[in-house]
Ligand binder design. Sequence first.
Ligand code: AMP
Ligand code: MG
Length: 395
Amino acid sequence: MKSVDAHLAEILATVRPLAPLELELEQALGATLAEEVSSPVPLPPFDNSAMDGYAVRASDVSEIPVTLPVIDDVAAGSVELRAVGPGHAVRIMTGAPVPAGADAVVPVEWTNGGTVSVTIDRPVQKGNAIRRAGEDVQAGDVVLKPGTVIGAAQLGIIAGVGRRRVWARPRPRVVVISTGAELVEPGGQLARGQIWDSNSFTLTAAVREAGAEGFRAGSVGDDPAVLLDRLDTHLVRADAIITSGGVSMGAYEPVKEALSPLGTVRFEKVAMQPGMPQGFGVLGEDEVPIFALPGNPVSSYVSFMLFVRPALDKMRGLPGGLPKAVTAYVTGALRSPAGRRSYLRGVLASDGTVSPVHGQGSHQLAALASANALIVVPEDVTEVPGGAEVEVILL
Ligand code: AMP
Ligand code: MG
């Protein structure tokens, strides 16, 4: 059997980072920056008020209380500004440019709020409540480096330096297809022998949680021809494809039957539990990677976390290793088959202990849904005593 590490290494050696595109800001969330973003101007671009209040000369407000005439009113966006002469005040709003002559802003809370004249009852320091030009960013400063994943705040600073588009690796588009003649779309009625298709929802959601775009392409029964047809339809718009089911040793294994003859997808046994049968390869001229995951719901999800997620990371231009593990103390004894690495479902608590959940079968999706971690038991270990230190992958 192939080891988990060897299987992942093969996958990572095959998948490539997506080519950067010039993305509109609206499309850039979750993309990975492929250029340095710098600011053409200082930020803030001009000295402005941090508060609603009065722009003054601080030296006029040393003896308090003091009453000053209000000679102007400046809102954010004001362009025509009167200078603040000695003994004068200008009413000013947050974000408005500080008029020439003023060297401090007195918050409105320290005053009587007057509009013709204002009485100030607290002394003010020079520079008070003034946001200086360039305080955040100097003109020419790099604000984001290549390799940065664009989240909300990063998108904000890209817009904040005035950019409309940015060079970035887009989120991989991943098509998810379920196979199985027994599958019924949730919401429909189950006849005898049928189950609702959960994998396509789990895997599409996992794709999205991994920072890629997931498209659920439904379920194709167990007919290899229908699967090939569906793959053909989706190949043009996919950066990767995930199938579930139809890869094990039985009859009616449509993924294996459809893809084995192509010679570009390999079906192997990987030394793990759950998730032993795995298929991986590339399809079409563009060599789109395809992950043929086992059908059992826990197996397909664990396989996704171990193999697909790192591959998606690499496609996004990020380091693509196995998920990070932490150590914890297991609350009860564990068993694991010899020669296979187990990923048992558990609940990791804040005290650093991890408890295996009830129901470790690879079909037990409810048990998976109650877990927040995978307990890793190495290939050469068959029994773990309660209290032992174990490696845990957070879900
Ligand atoms: P297979 O790998 O196709 O032999 O499927 C293994 C097990 O997983 C069977 O019990 C299937 O009914 C179940 N299964 C396969 N696909 C799905 C799916 N999309 N949703 C839920 N269970 C599935
Ligand atoms: Mg099946």
